[in-house]
Design a protein around this ligand. Structure first.
Ligand SMILES: Cc1ncc(COP(=O)(O)O)c(C=O)c1O
Length: 398
């Protein structure tokens, strides 16, 4: 039998998806499972989104569509950018893909040569590393500890940049930590970036989920001079309850948007029309639904933090956005649960799932083996139940 291409030896399935799948199977087998694993919102899109999809279906002619995205989707995104204070983008600066994950894959494919380096603040969303592995890129993990609230400092960035560095990948608010950068922190990073000729990918998919009146601060606003090298990524998945609809957007230099359209023409061809129409309605329509969800998430964050504060062996920087918490649980390493050792984050997560039915993702999947990720976007009752079980687990450690 012929072999798979050698590049597949670098390919890994998403750890998060694997854990979510395991939790789902255990549930189907009748186990009492609470999944804090995959980052999916627990609400459905607003009615006007479904209405737009129905209308598109009724008017459908079944044809291929533009690879950049249909004009109504591009224009909806342009208007949203403008409302968010990003001026000067035109249709030629925009492209769309099958989710932000696909947009990221295409962008890195288009920007990075084999051996070039991608600078990634760490902890990072697992897929950044997985895509880098697939396209043969090097990565430099800029480790941000829980003591620094998992946030990158300007000094760290400055000392990491070297001649091989090609892309800086910035994710704010962050998955997996839920941390949000202040304006001053963003500006300090922007000032460093102004001095170095790097592409900047700003993964902003959680930009509507910021709590505590922190505000969402963007490199392009603190440092507008970065515009020629800046690529913004957004998605409908989290804000509008549409992870399965699969639409991601990018805004950036014309050459980069065109590269994405070329790749689309050789891979996906286009976003399905019904999906594109629904995405346009979500992006352009009333945002109060997304705003209400944000308030919900901040209340859930408070529940998570109340539990974390009560557990002596846990230290958890207070998340201010998205729907993740990233507690440092390393003080539990070396202890035992019912005679079984908690050797590391993976053992911790396995024992927690087996004994308490709570699925979390080990921090090592995100480049930080001292922690675990809790995705708290589940119904409040489940969240409370899961958090109680989490506490119980710690009480039972010896
Ligand atoms: C930081 C980050 N970027 C991108 C994505 C991908 O989003 P999409 O569902 O649009 O592919 C995710 C999904 O979890 C994410 O957490």
């Amino acid at each position: 039998m012929p072999h798979l291409a050698s590049r597949m030896s670098n390919a890994k399935a998403s750890v998060i998806m694997q854990i979510a799948e395991k939790a789902k199977i255990l549930k189907q087998e009748g186990h009492d499972i609470i999944s804090f694993s995959v980052g999916v919102p627990n609400f459905l899109p607003a009615e006007h989104v479904y209405q737009a999809a129905r209308e598109a279906l009724e008017n459908d002619n079944g044809q291929y569509l533009p690879g950049r995205g249909e004009v109504k989707l591009i224009d909806a995104y342009l208007k949203r950018l403008e409302r968010n204070g990003f001026k000067g983008f035109q249709q030629k600066n925009i492209a769309s893909g099958i989710g932000a994950k696909h947009v990221l894959y295409s962008l890195l494919y288009a920007l990075v040569n084999e051996g070039d380096e991608i600078l990634i603040p760490t902890p990072f969303w697992t897929t950044y590393q997985d895509i880098a592995d697939l396209i043969g890129a090097q990565t430099q993990h800029l480790k941000c500890s829980s003591q620094q609230d998992y946030k990158l400092t300007a000094e760290q960035l400055e000392s990491a940049i070297n001649p091989k560095s090609k892309v800086f990948l910035f994710n704010n608010p962050s998955n997996p930590t839920g941390m949000v950068y202040s304006e001053a922190e963003v500006k300090a990073i922007g000032d460093v970036l102004e001095k170095h000729d790097l592409w900047i990918i700003s993964d902003d998919i959680y930009n509507r989920m910021v709590f505590d009146d922190m505000g969402f601060h963007h490199l392009l606003k603190t440092n507008p001079a970065l515009v020629d090298r800046m690529i913004i990524i957004d998605s409908i998945s989290k804000s509008y309850g549409m992870p399965g609809w699969r639409v991601g957007m990018m805004a950036g230099p014309e050459s980069v948007a065109n590269a994405m359209v070329t790749l689309n023409s050789n891979s996906i061809t286009n976003i399905p029309g019904v999906v594109g129409a629904a995405a346009a309605a979500a992006i352009e329509g009333p945002q109060d639904f997304a705003d209400e969800m944000c308030v919900e998430f901040s209340k859930k964050r408070d529940l998570v933090m109340q539990t974390m504060a009560r557990i002596e062996l846990v230290s958890c920087p207070r998340p201010q956005g998205a729907f993740y918490a990233f507690p440092d649980i390393s003080a539990a390493f070396g202890k035992h649960h019912n005679g079984r050792p908690v050797a590391d984050d993976v053992a911790f997560s396995e024992l927690l799932l087996e004994t308490k039915g709570v699925a979390v993702v080990p921090g090592s999947a995100f480049g930080e083996e001292k922690s675990i990720r809790i995705s708290y976007a589940c119904p409040t009752e489940q969240l409370e139940d899961g958090l109680n079980r989490f506490s119980e687990f710690f009480n039972e450690l010896v």
